[in-house]
Design a protein around this ligand. Structure first.
Ligand code: NAD
Length: 455
C-alpha cells in the first residue's frame, strides 16, 4: 500500500468508531507490550548496531520507560476517558454540564534517532490510549532500529490502525502534505519549523518536542561529590546525545577547582579507559562526529578530548575557560563535550540566559533554597531538576515538553492522553423550565433583571 492509501484506510477505520472503545484501546496496548517483550532481543541488537548502546542502557532509557507508560495507560485509561461532570453557571439554570474526552482521529508521530525506540513508542502509547489511529515515521538515521520497528509493528498490527512508514525527508514531506488530526514531532528546532509550517496549511495541531542548550548551575553550596556523580551520568549517557542532557555548566568561581577535580574523578570511575566501550555509546554518524570534534579547541581541554573516527568514538570531554561568546555556546552540543563557564555574579548569568532561546531543561545543584527559587522564578525552560539532571522525564506525573524554541505541548502519563484528545464541552438542558429573560422582544425591565442576576 502506498502512503496515501494507508492514510485513507486509517481515516475510514477511525470512522468505524472502533478505536473509541476503551476495551479496544486496552487490547491494543496489551498487544503492544507483548510484541515489544517478544522482540526485545532484536531491538537490543538493532540499537547496538546503530548507536553501540548496551542492553543495560537500552532497557533503562528506552524499554522500561515505554513499559511504564503502557502500564500506567492500562491502569488509567478508563478513568481518563470518562466524561467529567462540572458545575453549571447561573445563566444556564437548570442544566447539567460535562466534559467528554474524545480522540482527535488520525495521528502522525515523527521520531528522531537519539532514543530511537522510546521516542517512537512513548507518544504512540499516548495516542493509542486516547483512541486514535497512528502512523509512525521513525528516524532513517538509526536505520537498523527503523527496520525492526517497522517489521514488528507492521507484522502484528492492523495497518488501518497502527502502521510504520519508513523513510527520510521525501516520505516525511509526503506525510506532512496530508491532513492529520495531530502531528507529534520530536527532533531539531529547524525541522520543527518545517513541520509547524506544513501543519498550519491543514490547521493541524502539533506537539513539537525540540532541543536547545540546557544550562546547569553549580552553586557554591552544592554537595560536590553527589553533584559530580549525577552530572557525569546524565551528561555522558548515550555519549551526550540526549535532548535534556546538561549542555553547559555554570559554576560558581569559588568552587571551580574542586568541582573540576570531582568531575574528573567521577568520569575516570564511570568510564575506565580499558573497558570504556562496554558502557559508552558511539557518535551516531560521521557528520555528527566531524561537527563535534570541530567544537573542541585543544587549548580549552581540561579532561578528555580523545577521539577515533573509525569507531566514531569521542571520550567524555570537559572544556574550561569558556565564555558565552565561544563557538560551542552557539548551538546545542548533542555530544559528550561539556563546556564549563565560571561566574561570580548569579544575576548576571541569569540575565545572559534570559536573552537566549528558552532551553528544554535547566538543572540547579545547590542547597541554597533562595538561589534555587530565584533561578526557578526568573528563567523559563521546559523542565528541570534540583540536585539531579535528566531524571525528571522518568516521572509520568510531570508533563514533559519544551517552551519557546525548545518546543510546544507536553506528554507522558495523563499529559500524553490529553495531548492526543479533544475535550468536548457539553451543556445538557431539560425542557421542563425556561425563563424568558434572554429572548426578544428585549426590554429595559428584562435588562435590569439580567443585570441584577448576572453581576
Ligand atoms: P531531525 O529534526 O533532524 O529529525 C527528526 C525527524 O524529522 C526524523 O524522522 C527525520 O527523518 C525528519 N526530518 C529531517 N529533516 C526533515 C525535513 N527537512 N522535512 C521533514 N522531515 C524531516 O532531528 P534528529 O537529528 O533526528 O534529532 C536530534 C534533535 O532532536 C536534537 O535537536 C534533540 O535535542 C531533539 N530531541 C528532542 C527531544 C525532546 O523530547 N524534546 C528528544 C530527542 C531529541
Amino acid at each position: 500500500m502506498n502512503i496515501e492509501a494507508i492514510i485513507l484506510a486509517q481515516k475510514k477505520f477511525f470512522f468505524t468508531n472502533k478505536t473509541k472503545s476503551v476495551t479496544f484501546r486496552i487490547s491494543q496496548l496489551k498487544k503492544l507490550k507483548k510484541v515489544l517483550k517478544e522482540n526485545e532481543t532484536i531491538l537490543y541488537n538493532a540499537i547496538y548496531k546503530d548507536l553501540g548502546k548496551s542492553e543495560f542502557e537500552t532497557y533503562t532509557t528506552e524499554l522500561s520507560l515505554i513499559y511504564h507508560e503502557i502500564n500506567l495507560a492500562l491502569k488509567k485509561v478508563k478513568k481518563w476517558s470518562k466524561r467529567k461532570r462540572v458545575r453549571t453557571n447561573f445563566a444556564n439554570f437548570p442544566a447539567k454540564s460535562f466534559i467528554l474526552p474524545e480522540p482527535l482521529g488520525n495521528t502522525l508521530i515523527i521520531a528522531p534517532w537519539n532514543y530511537p525506540i522510546q521516542l517512537v513508542f512513548s507518544p504512540a502509547v499516548a495516542s493509542i490510549c486516547a483512541g486514535n489511529t497512528v502512523i509512525i515515521k521513525p528516524s532513517e538515521v538509526t536505520s537498523n532500529c527503523s527496520k525492526v520497528i517497522a517489521k514488528i509493528i507492521n507484522e502484528n498490527f492492523d495497518t488501518n490502525f497502527l502502521h510504520v512508514i519508513e523513510g527520510d525527508i521525501k516520505e516525511t514531506t509526503e506525510l506532512l502534505n496530508t491532513k492529520f488530526d495531530k502531528i507529534f514531532f520530536t527532533g531539531s528546532t529547524n525541522v520543527g519549523r518545517i513541520v509547524y509550517q506544513a501543519a498550519a496549511k491543514n490547521l493541524t495541531p502539533v506537539i513539537l518536542e525540540l532541543g536547545g542548550k540546557s544550562p546547569t548551575f553549580i552553586l557554591k553550596d552544592c554537595n560536590l561529590k553527589m553533584t559530580a556523580k549525577r552530572l557525569v551520568w546524565s551528561k555522558f549517557l548515550n555519549a551526550g546525545q540526549t535532548c535534556v542532557a546538561p549542555d553547559y555548566i555554570l559554576v560558581a568561581k569559588e568552587i571551580e577547582t574542586e568541582f573540576l577535580s570531582a568531575i574528573k574523578l567521577e568520569i575516570e570511575k564511570n568510564y575506565p579507559k580499558n573497558n570504556i566501550a562496554e558502557n559508552y555509546n558511539k557518535i551516531i554518524n560521521l557528520s555528527h562526529f566531524n561537527r563535534l570534534t570541530e567544537l573542541i579547541p585543544k587549548e580549552n581541554i581540561f579532561f578528555g578530548g580523545q577521539f577515533n573516527k573509525e569507531k566514531r568514538f569521542i571520550s567524555p570531554t570537559i572544556l574550561t575557560n569558556i565564555s558565552f561568546n565561544d563557538k560551542i555556546m552557539e548551538s546545542e552540543i548533542f555530544g559528550p563535550i561539556l563546556p564549563v563557564i565560571t561566574f561570580d555574579n548569579l544575576d548576571k548569568v541569569i540575565a545572559e540566559i534570559k536573552h537566549r532561546a528558552k532551553p528544554l531543561a535547566c538543572y540547579i545543584y545547590s542547597s541554597n533554597k533562595k538561589n534555587v527559587n530565584k533561578i526557578l522564578h526568573e528563567l523559563s525552560f521546559g523542565s528541570g531538576a534540583i540536585n539531579e539532571s535528566v531524571m525528571q522525564l522518568s516521572n509520568s506525573n510531570l508533563p514533559f515538553g519544551g517552551v519557546g524554541n525548545s518546543g510546544m505541548g507536553s506528554y507522558h502519563g495523563e499529559f500524553g492522553f490529553k495531548a492526543f484528545s479533544h475535550f468536548k464541552s457539553i451543556l445538557s438542558k431539560p425542557t421542563w423550565l425556561e425563563l424568558n429573560t434572554k429572548y426578544a422582544p428585549y426590554s429595559k425591565k428584562k435588562l435590569g433583571l439580567l443585570k441584577r442576576l448576572l453581576e
